[in-house]
Every structure is written in C-alpha cells, then in structure tokens.
Design a binder for this molecule. Structure first.
Ligand code: SAM
Ligand code: SF4
Length: 329
C-alpha cells in the first residue's frame, strides 16, 4: 500500500488528464492561458490506464478522481473510464469538471462506468461568471449539471470558490439554489495555486466568513468528526438535514493529518500533495520498459516521502511551481 512516514495510507488517486482548459478562472489561470504540455509529454490513454491499474491492483487505491485542467477536453476520456471500470477490484470513479460539454457526454460517461461528478460553479449570475472565468459559458455549465443529474451521475457535487468583491455575497443564494436542484454544495477556500501568484492570505474569504454568511439564512448543525473521516470537506446539516453543505478549508482548517490522497499529473509525475515542491517521475519508468513491480516501487517510495502538512501556515511557505490546472485539482 501507499504508506508514508506519518502512518497515513493513500487510497484516493487524483489523475490529471490534461493541463488545458476552456475557461480562465482568475484564481487558477491567467487570461492568456499557459504554456501547455507538448503531446509527447502527455501520458497516452494506455499509459494512464496502466498506471491506474498498477495503483488499483498493487497499491490499494480504491477511489479514482479524473481532473485537470479540464478533463472533458481529453478525447479518450470515455474509453479511459471504461477500461478502469473493468479493473478488479473496481475502483469508485468520479470526475471534477467545469461542466462545459457535460450535457453531451454525461450519458456516455455513466454508461462507461463513471459513478459521480463534481461540477465547479462559483456564481448564479452570468455576468459575474464571465468576469470570474473570462468566458461567457454560464448556461453550458448549468446544462451540464442538469444532464449529469439526469444521467444518474449522482450525487452531483458543486464546488464553489468565493472571491472578494466578486461573488462573496452569493453563499446563501448558491445554497438555496443547490438545495432546490438536489445538488450537494461545497465551498472551497481559495488557495495559493494560481499561475499568477495573486493569492493573498489577508484578502481571502475564509470558512468562517462563509459560515457566517450562510447562517444569515440557514440553520447549520455540524456533522461529527466520524462522518468526516478523511474527507476534506467539513459538512453541516442544513436546517436540520438531511441536506448538507460542505466547506473545504484547506487554508484556515487544514486536514493534512487525515489526508489519503496521491496525485498523478498529465505528464506522469506523482505528487504527494497539492503543495508539494517535488515530484517523482513515473513516465520515464513507463517508457523505458519498467515492470509493473518497479513502477509500483517508485510510487511507494514517492509516497513514503510525503510531508506532514502543506506548510501553508508556515511563514516560509513557497507556492509550488505548477499551478492548480497543471497539478490537477
Ligand atoms: N477544470 C475542472 C474544474 O474547474 O472543476 C477541474 C480542475 S480545477 C483545477 C478543480 C477545482 O479546483 C475546481 O473546483 C476549482 O474551482 C478549484 N480551484 C482552482 N484553483 C483554485 C484555487 N486557487 N483555490 C481553490 N480552488 C481552486
Ligand atoms: Fe479551468 Fe478548472 Fe482552472 Fe477554471 S479552475 S481555469 S475551469 S482548470
């Protein structure tokens, strides 16, 4: 299994399928985009499936989350999901997406074996969406979510990041809307993972701010720590339940001691943490004829070196070289 020196075991694999994206969220990417990975640098579909197979059959991975960049831009996505669904033991599979194009592919993804989706949506106002993402695609995202729910990719979870002066007044509206549509809303604190290095600790909207704002309209009751387990979202029952709202407070209430994640970038590097400054190359081993056992060994060695925490609270914290879109959020 993927054990580290602090006794944590990684069972949840995040796989980035591409570093490209069709949005330009201000907290993630600059307007002009980034220097994308070259085709030969990207893992092929077969290489991705092989690494996931090694992770599932040899390393104890039970959950696989496809992400990016925007994973729906990967032409082979449905085929990758289908091959992973045939693995024994079959991993649970989900997708984190901005929802654009999901209206077209939701049924095929469900048919291929995908269990669930997380769709990112920060605002209910099309004009604010355009400012936040620099693209006029609000309707496409809403349509994508509805298609995912109708296709049975449930529960559909909605990820929202609140930005000061843009959408920080929308928390209660977003929650009312999510309850109405049967979506499970989770707020994510903005993290220092933007390519432009524009994040400021002082200006960010904290979990405390979000809860205070929600409580102006809803009664929130904290779910016990037992329910949370290794899940990054702390959850609250809304108006007595059963509906819940989550907050992923990576900055103000980090959950590193319970972390069960390992990450694979689109160019085949293992990362032990979003905020890791080191990576371990699996693509080289894949392409130089490494055996499954050797690759599993490299992955284990990488995870053994996982740090105790993200270091976000440390004054010496250094933002990783790769931004969120290139790591896989
Ligand atoms: N493109 C897909 C999407 O937006 O859902 C998948 C990749 S995106 C990097 C994954 C998640 O990371 C999204 O929910 C997005 O809102 C979140 N994210 C991106 N940059 C972030 C940041 N600086 N702080 C917090 N969350 C961020
Ligand atoms: Fe694209 Fe997702 Fe980053 Fe937005 S958060 S720019 S949708 S990768």
């Amino acid at each position: 299994m993927l054990l580290d020196t602090y006794g944590r075991v990684a069972t949840d694999l995040r796989v980035s399928l591409t570093d490209r994206c069709n949005l330009r969220c201000t907290y993630c990417m600059p307007e002009e985009g980034l220097q994308w990975l070259g085709k030969s640098d990207l893992l092929t579909d077969d290489e991705i499936v092989r690494l996931i197979r090694i992770a599932v059959t040899r390393l104890g991975i039970t959950e696989v989350r496809f992400t990016g960049g925007e994973p729906l831009l990967r032409p082979g996505l449905v085929g990758i999901v289908e091959q992973c669904a045939a693995l024994e033991p079959r991993p649970k599979m989900s997708l984190t997406t901005n929802g654009i194009g999901l209206a077209r592919t939701a049924r095929a993804l469900k048919g291929a074996g995908l269990d669930r989706v997380n769709v990112s949506l920060d605002t209910l106002r099309p004009d604010v969406f355009k400012t936040l993402t620099r693209r006029d695609r609000h309707r496409d995202v809403l349509d994508g979510m509805a298609a995912a729910r109708d296709a049975g990719l449930t529960p559909v979870k909605v990820n929202a990041v609140l930005m000061p002066g843009l959408n920080d007044d929308e928390a209660p509206d977003l929650l009312a809307w999510a309850l109405d549509h049967d979506y499970e809303l989770r707020f994510i604190e903005q993290m220092p993972l933007d390519a432009q290095h524009g994040w400021k600790r002082d200006g960010m909207i904290t979990a405390g701010d979000i809860l205070e704002s929600l409580r102006t309209r809803f009664t929130l009751t904290e779910e016990g720590a037992q329910e949370r387990g290794s899940a990054p979202a702390e959850r609250w029952l809304v108006d007595g339940g059963p509906a819940t709202v989550g907050v992923i407070a990576s900055v103000t209430r980090p959950f590193c001691s319970a972390c069960d994640r390992t990450r694979l970038t689109a160019d085949g590097q293992v990362r032990t943490c979003l905020f890791a400054t080191e990576e371990s190359d699996l693509r080289g081993a894949l392409r130089s004829g490494g055996t499954d056992e050797e690759i599993a060994g490299l992955w284990k060695a990488a995870m053994w070196g996982k740090k105790a925490g993200s270091g976000l609270d440390d004054p010496s914290f250094l933002q990783p070289d790769r931004p969120m879109s290139a790591i896989g959020g």
